[in-house]
Design a protein around this ligand. Structure first.
Ligand code: NAD
Length: 261
């Protein structure tokens, strides 16, 4: 029995990393998946791969910080598949720097992608869900940094904490029309986003790349292991397929025990 048969899921930032893994798993579980990403070529390649594997997929160019682009992309998805049942607001980047060196442009860019993106995609998805009256599930890609702080990550930690607030407000508002809202909070996952950080942090902190991995990234885990894209995708599937509205307004931490709530 497939867990998401008949559902349509829009997943932002799904041409790569965690989002791509969620898109592939959701497609295997019967959902039509919309690969919404800044990079259209990569989104098309991901959608084609899903189709080759027997899934149903549509690539949509979407910059989640752009109000018109989010509306156009979400409308295209709804026109194509007739309804939107699941939103995974996942697109994100990382910029690390000490606060005193953090440029205001970088700060605004980070908040725009993580928070404006979360808000704009939520608003458009919820408009479609509410109009159809069939309810839905919204999942935000938070982080252990939705609960914990780390040096050099002022904008990221601020934005990821902010997503908890947005998710909780949507849980309260969405209850009236059957929309659930939850946050997944992964620990470090080996994706291009993290690959880029290893040499950057080594330079800034004056330590080796191995020390960044073992001490900074995995130092707080119970077993010194990275969380995997599949761990996060399985958590997203659990939240998307949950059969009732009991599970809403929560954050689920998948981090090898780095953060325990
Ligand atoms: P990734 O770099 O592999 O993928 C991010 C995707 O987002 C890319 O395809 C990129 O093109 C897209 N993107 C970037 N800016 C965009 C925009 N403005 N509009 C639309 N798409 C955009 O990164 P990832 O590691 O898979 O990260 C995905 C999410 O998971 C992010 O929100 C990240 O903060 C979060 N996260 C990652 C980790 C980790 O360790 N990798 C841990 C916790 C949370």
């Amino acid at each position: 029995m497939m867990k998401l048969s008949g559902k349509t899921a829009v997943i932002t930032g799904s041409a790569s990393g965690i989002g791509l893994s969620i898109a592939k798993l959701f497609a295997k579980e019967g959902a039509a998946v919309v690969i919404a990403d800044l990079k259209l070529d990569a989104a098309r390649a991901a959608a084609a791969e899903i189709e080759r594997e027997g899934g149903t997929s549509l690539a949509v160019e979407m910059d989640v910080t752009n109000e018109a682009a989010v509306k156009a992309g979400m409308d295209e998805a709804a026109r194509h598949f007739k309804h939107i049942d699941i939103l995974v607001s996942n697109a994100g980047i990382q910029i690390v720097d000490p606060i005193e060196d953090f440029s205001f442009d970088h700060w605004k860019k980070m908040l725009a992608i993580h928070l404006d993106g979360g808000f704009l995609t939520t608003r458009e998805a919820v408009r479609h869900m509410k109009a159809l009256g069939t309810g839905g599930a919204v999942i935000y890609m938070g982080s252990v940094h939705s609960h914990e702080a780390s040096a050099l990550k002022s904008a990221y930690v601020t934005a990821k904490h902010g997503l908890l607030g947005l998710a909780r407000v949507l849980a309260k508002e969405g209850a009236a029309y059957g929309v659930r809202s939850n946050v997944i909070c992964p620990g470090f996952v080996h994706t291009p986003l993290v690959e880029k950080q290893i040499p950057e942090q080594a330079r800034t902190l004056g330590i080796s790349e191995e020390e960044v991995v073992n001490n900074v990234m995995l130092g707080g885990t119970v077993d010194k292991e990275f969380t995997t894209v599949d761990d996060v995708a399985q958590t997203a599937l659990f939240l998307a397929a949950f059969p009732t509205n009991a599970l809403t307004g929560q954050s689920v931490v998948v981090s090898h025990g780095w953060f325990m709530q």
